[in-house]
Design a protein around this ligand. Structure first.
Ligand code: MG
Length: 413
């Protein structure tokens, strides 16, 4: 029995080096926000997830260390990203630098390996299109996705229209374009000797070779995707946003490697209530008003945890009009918030809490609070509680209540 051939794989060079002169504003267009993350990151994520891609080189803007650093940081966790490098003055120069970086970092690169070159400002590239281009690229075959123009196309010469060109004979080129490594190197070398030739895509780069050196090369057209649009003008970005919203932006929300949330809460003192702080009862002082046990410390910590994982706030999860939470121990809210943190694939790494109270003296109670909170958290983390006064100023200074500030840092599992 003949074994099935292994699925084809390829390398990707994602070019996000342009200065975007046609796009208004001071920021290069590849860095503008699209549904919560920079434009360039969308396509990199799709290539990272695509099983047909074994390595990625990202080409960022020339002489912009800050931008390159951002690209490096945002792709730290992408195991397929081999290198993030600065591009050149032209698209072709940027591709050339990408190929050099690829060759320098991946010693296993073969002459027939497919290299897919993709525009970093085409954020909505699909996994299916990447696979289609990879599968059809071979040692003598260049693959270019195209779409058919929807408008009637005219040939013009100045003010004159000289011809109506049948649409079915035309294709609007997209990326990624697939070129075998050896042929791409040869075409780049030839272009470097004749750099004046304007080149706008890799198909044209190979076409630029002398006829005798490309006589056996097939240029193959595969069906491109209307969604794989190139963001050139602000209306393109709006169109991309609409498409993503249709596909539910929530599902593809950016997930940070690490995040910090902030929480703040205040409760007023009230007669005939126990003072509960940090999950323990502080004897000998009036308590705090509230629907639950009014543990202002835990409420601030819960808000910090929910904030760190982008899960809203304590009021959304535990409404103060819900009888289920009346006089409830706030340790329950902490347990629930920690469950939400776990469900979102994070773990609590560290939390720092500051209680602001003129009275009672809280410092002696901190070790007990830490012990109770750590027991509820039940996983190793750094936890710190500080108590301070507001020097007699404000509502805490007037002994009207207690305020608490908390920050919590979570890391992805
Ligand atoms: Mg509260």
């Amino acid at each position: 029995m003949v074994p099935e051939p292994a699925p084809k794989t390829a390398y990707a060079i994602i070019v996000a080096a342009g200065s975007g002169h046609r796009y208004p504003g001071r920021q290069s267009k590849q860095f503008i926000d699209l549904c919560g993350k920079p434009l360039y990151l969308w396509s990199i994520e799709t290539f990272q997830k695509c099983p047909a891609i074994k390595g990625i080189v990202i080409v960022g803007p020339k002489q912009n260390q800050e931008a390159l650093l951002e690209m490096q940081q945002k792709t730290t966790l992408f195991d397929k990203v081999i290198s993030v490098i600065a591009g050149g003055d032209s698209r072709t120069e940027s591709v050339s630098k990408g190929v050099t970086a690829l060759a320098a970092t991946d010693k296993k690169l073969c002459e027939s390996d497919a290299i897919l070159v993709h525009d970093g400002v085409r954020p909505l590239i699909s996994n299916e299109l990447i696979i289609k281009v990879v599968e059809q690229t071979s040692s003598q075959q260049v693959v270019i996705p195209t779409t058919t123009p929807t408008a009637t196309v005219k040939r013009i010469a100045g003010q004159k229209i000289t011809e109506t060109i049948p649409r079915e004979e035309l294709g609007l080129a997209q990326t990624p374009q697939g070129v075998p490594y050896r042929l791409l190197c040869e075409a780049l070398k030839h272009w470097q000797k004749n750099p004046a030739t304007p080149i706008t895509d890799e198909g044209a780069l190979v076409e630029n070779l002398p006829l005798n050196r490309r006589a056996n090369v097939n240029f193959v057209n595969v069906s491109g995707e209307p969604a794989n649009l190139k963001i050139t003008f602000p209306h393109d970005l709006q169109q991309a946003e609409i498409m993503l919203q249709k596909n539910n932006c929530q599902e593809v929300a950016y997930k940070p490697r690490q995040a910090t949330g902030f929480g703040y809460d205040v409760h007023a003192f009230a007669e005939k209530r126990k003072l509960i702080l940090g999950g323990i009862e502080i004897p000998g002082h009036m308590g705090l008003a509230g629907h639950s046990d009014a543990d202002v410390l835990i409420h601030a910590l819960v808000d910090a945890l929910l904030g760190a994982v982008g899960a809203g706030d304590i009021g959304q999860h535990f409404p103060d009009h819900d009888p289920a939470f009346k006089n409830r121990s706030s340790l329950y809210f902490l347990e629930q918030a920690l469950t939400i943190v776990r469900e979102r694939d994070f773990k609590l790494e560290a939390a720092d809490i500051t209680i602001v109270a003129e009275q009672p003296k809280l410092t002696p109670h901190i070790p007990h609070m830490l012990a109770v909170l750590k027991e509820t958290i039940a996983s190793p983390c750094q936890l710190n509680i500080k108590a301070t006064t507001s020097e007699g100023l404000g509502f805490t200074g007037r002994r009207e209540g207690i305020a608490t500030y908390a920050v919590a840092t979570v890391i992805a599992n």
